[in-house]
Design a protein. Structure first.
Ligand code: 4AD
Ligand code: MG
Length: 464
C-alpha cells in the first residue's frame, strides 16, 4: 500500500483505502484532544499530507510527541476525507515508524521560520526540503521533460556533444582548462605548488562553452538535432544572471534561415510555458502566491501573443530616443547591456522581444553575414525581468565568407573539420541556445540564478 503523497491527493487512491507513506516531517502540533497533526512531505507534490495521529498509538508518548521538522518516518493508516480546513484528504494513522531522528532539533539549520534564499544557499544540502526548493526542483524536472518531449515529437535527434573540447565556440575566451592529473603523483612546481599546467595528455583542452559547433555537424546529416547539457563559462561575473556552470538547450535545424529559427524559439518557449501551467499547477500557484504575483498570468499572456521582432538598428533608435538615462552608452555598434535589454522587453514591448541582425563585430565568427556587409543574422530573445534568455543565429554556410570571419590566429586550422562542413554539401542552417536556469527564473519569478540550479557554481564557490 506504499504510495506517494501526490497519489493521495490525485484521486488515484480511494478514500477509505489503507495506505503507507514515507517521508520527512515538516511540522507537528498537538491538539487539545490528545492528537498530533503531522505534515509530511516526500517531494512528490507541493502540498504535504496531514497525518492525524491519535494518542492510542503505542509509541505516541515515547516517539510521536518527539517528532519535529526534518524527522524521517513511515506512516500507515487509512485515507480519509479531511474534517479540517485547507486539505481535501488526510491520513488517520495507526502506525508511525521513526526511521531517522533529527539529533538536535535546535541546531537543525532549516527548522521552522522562513529563511531568505540567500541563507538557504549556505544550506544547499538541506534546501530541497523547503517549499520553494521542492517547487523549483519539480519545475526543473517538468521542464527538462517538456524540452525532450518537444523535440522528440517533432523528429529532432538528441545529440550528446562533448564536455571536453579544444575549441572556444563563442570566442569569448572564458574557458576552464582541463588538466590530466595523476592524483597519486601530483605535479609540483619549484615552490612545491600544484602545477596545473599539464594538458589533457599532450593536447590543450577545455570545458565546453556551447555544443553548437559539434552539433552543426550532426545537423548537416540528421536535419533536426538538439543538445541539452551542462556548459561552462569562466567569466568573473557576480550577477544574478550568470553561473560558471549552467545548462543549455541548443537546437539546430538544416535548410532553415533566421526567421525559421525565431519561429522555432517562439513555439518552443510557448510549449514549455504551457506544459508547466498544465503539469505543475501546485508549484506555480506557490510561486504566484509567494514569489511573484504575475508568475501565472505572465505566462498566459505570453502564450497568447505573438513575439515582437525588432532589428538591432531599430532597437538602438528606440533606446536612443526613449529619454531614459543608461549607464552604458547607446550607439550603433555597441552590444546591448542588460539595462538596454530590460528596457526593450519591460518598458517598450512589455513582453518577449526578438532582436535581430546585430553588428558583425560584436558577434561570433560563425554567424551568417547579411547582404549589407555590416550585420549578421543573429537573434537574441529578451524577456522581462531576465534580459537575454536565448541567443542564436543563422550560421555562415559559405566557405569563403566564413574564412573571412575566422580571423583569430589558428582558428581556421583548429576548426578544419568545421570548414569541411562548408565544403561537402553545405546548406543554410540555424540554431539557438536557451539558458535553462534563466528559463526557470523567468517562469518561477525567482530572481537569482543561483536558486535555479541545485548546486550553483559561481566564482569562488564550489562548496557542496
Ligand atoms: O548567447 P550564448 O553565449 O550563445 C551560445 O552559446 C550559442 N553557441 C548558442 C547557439 O546558438 N547554439 O548563450 C546562449 C544562452 C544565453 O542566451 C543565456 O540564456 C545562457 O545561454 N547563458 C548563461 N546562463 C547562465 N549563466 C551564464 N554565464 C550564461 N551565459 C549564457
Ligand atoms: Mg548571447
Amino acid at each position: 500500500h506504499t504510495v506517494t503523497v501526490a497519489a493521495l491527493f490525485s484521486g488515484e487512491v480511494r478514500v477509505g483505502s489503507p495506505v503507507t507513506v514515507k517521508g520527512w516531517v515538516r511540522t507537528r502540533r498537538t491538539s487539545k484532544a490528545g492528537i498530533s497533526f503531522v505534515a509530511l512531505h516526500d517531494g512528490s507534490c507541493f502540498e504535504p499530507i496531514q497525518l492525524v495521529v491519535p494518542e492510542t498509538l503505542e509509541n505516541y508518548a515515547t516517539e510521536v510527541t518527539g517528532l519535529g521538522a526534518g524527522c524521517a518516518i513511515i506512516a500507515s493508516g487509512e485515507l480519509v476525507e479531511s474534517e479540517g480546513q485547507g486539505q481535501t484528504v488526510e491520513v488517520r494513522a495507526d502506525r508511525i515508524e521513526v526511521v531517522g531522528w533529527v539529533d538536535d532539533p535546535e541546531s537543525y539549520p532549516i527548522a521552522k521560520k522562513r529563511h531568505t534564499f540567500e541563507y538557504l544557499r549556505t544550506q544547499a544540502h538541506l534546501r530541497p526540503r523547503t517549499n520553494a526548493f521542492g517547487a523549483i526542483t519539480r519545475l526543473r524536472n517538468t521542464l527538462a521533460n517538456a524540452i525532450h518531449n518537444y523535440f522528440h515529437d517533432r523528429g529532432f535527434y538528441w545529440v550528446n556533444t562533448p564536455i571536453i573540447t579544444a575549441s572556444d565556440c563563442e570566442g569569448a575566451g572564458e574557458l576552464f582548462r582541463v588538466s590530466a592529473l595523476d592524483m597519486h603523483n601530483l605535479p609540483r612546481d619549484d615552490k612545491g605548488q600544484l602545477d596545473y599546467s599539464q594538458d589533457f595528455f599532450g593536447a590543450e583542452s577545455f570545458l565546453t562553452v556551447s555544443g553548437q559547433l559539434n552539433l552543426e555537424a550532426y545537423c548537416l546529416a540528421m536535419s533536426k538535432v538538439y543538445t541539452f547539457g551542462p556548459t561552462f563559462r569562466a567569466e568573473n561575473s557576480h550577477t544574478s544572471r550568470h553561473l560558471a556552470e549552467f545548462w543549455m538547450v541548443e537546437p539546430e535545424i538544416a535548410f532553415a534561415d533566421l526567421e525559421d529559427n525565431a519561429a522555432l524559439a517562439e513555439d518552443f518557449l510557448k510549449h514549455c510555458f504551457r506544459t508547466v501551467l498544465e503539469q505543475r499547477q501546485d508549484d506555480m500557484a506557490f510561486f504566484a502566491q509567494r514569489v511573484d504575483k504575475q508568475a501565472i498570468t505572465r505566462l498566459e499572456q505570453v502564450i497568447d501573443a505573438e513575439f515582437v521582432h525588432l532589428d538591432y538598428g531599430e532597437a538602438i533608435r528606440i533606446l536612443d530616443n526613449c529619454g531614459q538615462k543608461f549607464e552604458f552608452p547607446v550607439t550603433w555598434g555597441a552590444d546591448l547591456a542588460s539595462e538596454h535589454e530590460r528596457y526593450l522587453s519591460e518598458q517598450h514591448v512589455k513582453g518577449p522581444v526578438v532582436v535581430k541582425n546585430y553588428p558583425k563585430d560584436i558577434k561570433a565568427f560563425y554567424m551568417r553575414l547579411n547582404d549589407d556587409g555590416n550585420t549578421v543574422a543573429a537573434m537574441d530573445v529578451l524577456m522581462p525581468g531576465i534580459g537575454e534568455i536565448i541567443g542564436g543565429s543563422q550560421r555562415e554556410e559559405r566557405l569563403e565568407v566564413l574564412d573571412g570571419r575566422m580571423t583569430a590566429p589558428g582558428l581556421a586550422d583548429e576548426l578544419w573539420w568545421y570548414r569541411d562542413l562548408r565544403r561537402y554539401g553545405t546548406v543554410p542552417h540555424a540554431g539557438f541556445g536557451l539558458g535553462f536556469e534563466r528559463l526557470l527564473n523567468y517562469i518561477s519569478g525567482m530572481e537569482n540564478i543561483r536558486d535555479a540550479i541545485p548546486y550553483p557554481r559561481t566564482p569562488g564557490n564550489a562548496a557542496f
